[in-house]
Design a protein around this ligand. Structure first.
Ligand SMILES: [Mg+2]
Length: 203
């Protein structure tokens, strides 16, 4: 074990709470984006490809609507338990059994907090951009996550699928930052600098 591994091991030992991003970290958004494609009247493949273009350009995902020349959808699909990646809920349950605090934090609409709480997940707190009035990657968002955990930042891990919106700002806030490599953003951004600890899955 090298010095870097020992340093990381020491940091892992300090952790008391794990905070997860929501979209494409815990939740597979394929079904939701498919519903949105139908709602705005474009084929799903066209929307998925256009989303990839926007991601590669480093733009906000909402730029996909002007790119396609359609209005943004008026209704956002609800998050359902079946949308979670197969390893997501078992991981939350295992962390809970092991005594960790668990938070969810994402750029999500106002409805998401209630939807997530209604699913009966083993979660201590939910932080959403709509609830805070500030979106990731703003430092204020991550400061609010640390405040919700009620711990020093060094005792909080953050797991997310985006280098720009999750990995870099979570580390900047002093949290132990984990880059989960799944979903379209992760694959587009995995060569960017700034990813400390990398996981291929949660299991
Ligand atoms: Mg995400």
């Amino acid at each position: 074990m090298g010095a870097a591994d020992r340093a990381e091991g020491a940091r892992l030992g300090e952790l008391r709470t794990v905070v997860f991003d929501i979209g494409e970290t815990l939740v597979d958004e394929t079904r939701a984006w498919g519903l949105v494609a139908r709602a705005v009247g474009v084929p799903a493949l066209t929307l998925f490809a256009a989303l990839g273009v926007v991601i590669e350009r480093g733009e906000d995902h909402r730029q996909v609507w002007p790119l396609l020349g359609v209005d943004a959808p008026s209704v956002i699909p609800t998050i359902e338990r079946s949308d979670f990646y197969p390893d997501a809920i078992p991981t939350l349950e295992a962390l809970r059994r092991a005594g960790y605090g668990i938070g969810l934090a994402g750029n999500q609409p106002a409805q998401a907090s209630g939807e997530l709480r209604a699913l009966g997940l083993p979660v201590d707190f939910v932080v959403t951009s709509a609830g805070l009035g500030v979106r990731k990657p703003a430092p204020e968002f991550f400061a609010s996550v640390v405040a919700a955990a009620g711990l020093p930042a060094a005792q909080v891990a953050h797991v997310g699928d985006r280098v720009d919106n999750d990995v870099v700002p979570a580390a900047g806030a002093g949290m132990f930052s984990v880059f989960l490599i799944r979903g379209p953003w992760a694959h587009a951004q995995k060569s960017l600098p700034g990813a400390a600890t990398r996981w291929e899955s949660l299991g």
